[in-house]
Ligand binder design. Structure first.
Ligand code: SAM
Ligand code: SF4
Length: 335
């Protein structure tokens, strides 16, 4: 039997998030600056290397894989990676293969994703207003994303919408978004904006809408019941009694969620980040590329990295300043 991955704080690591590209067809203002420099192709793990990397994690006890980016569905031939991961679902070693996407390519790929064993997708959407959508994503077009959501649901994928709560931007759409998700039988999770990477002229504190405020506003119209369930991740959930909807809150700033963290993040170049809010990372690509015939060095490198997983992040917006700012963009580790 292979020993499971356990970190220094006795947290079992069973969830790997994999960023398969740093590129994206959008330029969301809280995620990227307008002029981004992307990595040269040779830096990226090939799809075969990604397969070997993920299969090694699965052998070490990872049961859930979330594919992300950048925009994962713009990576060339990414469906062949999903198809090859399907064997781990078939064998029962992998419990869930899923992805986070901006939805722009779902019209093309939803059916294929379902065929490879994906059953749930997280789709990021911050507004239902076409003009505002174009502003916030810079390059995105709302109708294309809405067609993607239609296609996902038609293909049988369960959809959860992720919405970044943005002060002065989508405050006025809170109830519209809640009602829209309810009408379409989609779960909804709100995310507090995190200090990840240089975003040009935008100011983080100007963007920050506290989820405690958002929640208080919801409670003026609905009765909310706190749910105990946790995905081992940052989200806390409530049920809206009147509609039965489950609403998530990802609140790294107002509520620290690290004590139950079960996840690590692999970038498209093979760096492993043990914490979203710390710079510390391990280069797994060298262990993989330098040993094409044996996975033992890679396994050792993964175990060593996990033995350095920190207790938690240090994000802090108190005193009207951004604390714990990360130099890398969210698209580097995929959120
Ligand atoms: N492109 C895909 C998408 O947008 O869903 C996947 C990658 S994106 C980096 C993953 C998630 O991170 C999205 O839901 C996005 O809204 C969120 N995100 C990006 N930058 C963020 C930031 N600075 N703070 C909080 N969430 C952020
Ligand atoms: Fe692209 Fe997702 Fe970042 Fe928006 S949030 S720029 S869609 S990676």
């Amino acid at each position: 039997m292979t020993a499971p991955l356990i970190d220094p704080f006795l947290r079992p690591i069973s969830y790997l998030r994999v960023s398969v590209t740093d590129r994206c067809d959008f330029r969301c203002v809280y995620c990227m600056s307008e002029n981004m420099t992307f990595l040269p192709k040779k830096e990226l793990l090939t799809l075969e290397e990604l397969d070997r990397m993920c299969s090694t994690f699965i052998r070490l006890g990872v049961e859930k894989l979330r594919i992300t980016g950048g925009e994962p569905l713009v990576r060339r031939d990414i469906m062949s990676y999903f198809r090859s991961m399907n064997r781990h679902l078939d064998s029962g070693t992998l419990r869930e293969l899923t992805l986070t996407t901006n939805g722009s390519q779902l019209e093309r790929f939803a059916e294929d994703l379902y065929a490879t064993g994906v059953r749930r997708v997280n789709i990021s959407l911050d507004t239902l207003d076409e003009k505002k959508f174009a502003d916030i994503t810079r390059w995105g077009r709302l109708p294309q994303v809405l067609r993607g959501i239609d296609a996902a649901q038609k293909a049988g994928l369960r959809v959860k919408i992720n919405t970044v709560a943005l002060k002065g931007f989508n405050e006025d759409e809170l109830f519209t978004l809640l009602e829209w998700c309810h009408a379409r039988d989609m779960d909804l999770t709100f995310i507090e904006v995190m200090p990840m990477g240089d975003i040009g002229n935008e100011n983080r504190l100007d963007q920050y809408w506290k989820l405690s405020d958002l929640r208080a506003r919801m409670a003026e119209n609905y009765t909310l019941t706190e749910l105990e369930e946790s995905s081992g991740g940052p989200a806390r959930y409530v049920r809206i009694n009147e509609t039965g909807q489950k609403i998530g809150f990802i609140t790294p700033l107002t509520h620290n969620f690290c004590e139950s963290c079960n996840r690590v993040r692999l970038t498209c170049t093979g760096e492993l980040f043990m914490c979203l809010g710390q710079e510390d990372n391990a280069d797994l690509r060298a262990a993989l590329r330098n040993h094409p015939k044996s996975d033992a060095p890679l396994e050792d490198a993964i175990r060593t990295a996990i033995s350095h997983k920190p207790k938690g992040h240090d994000f802090d917006y108190s005193r009207q300043a951004v604390g714990g700012q990360m130099s890398r963009h969210m698209s580097h580790t995929g959120g």
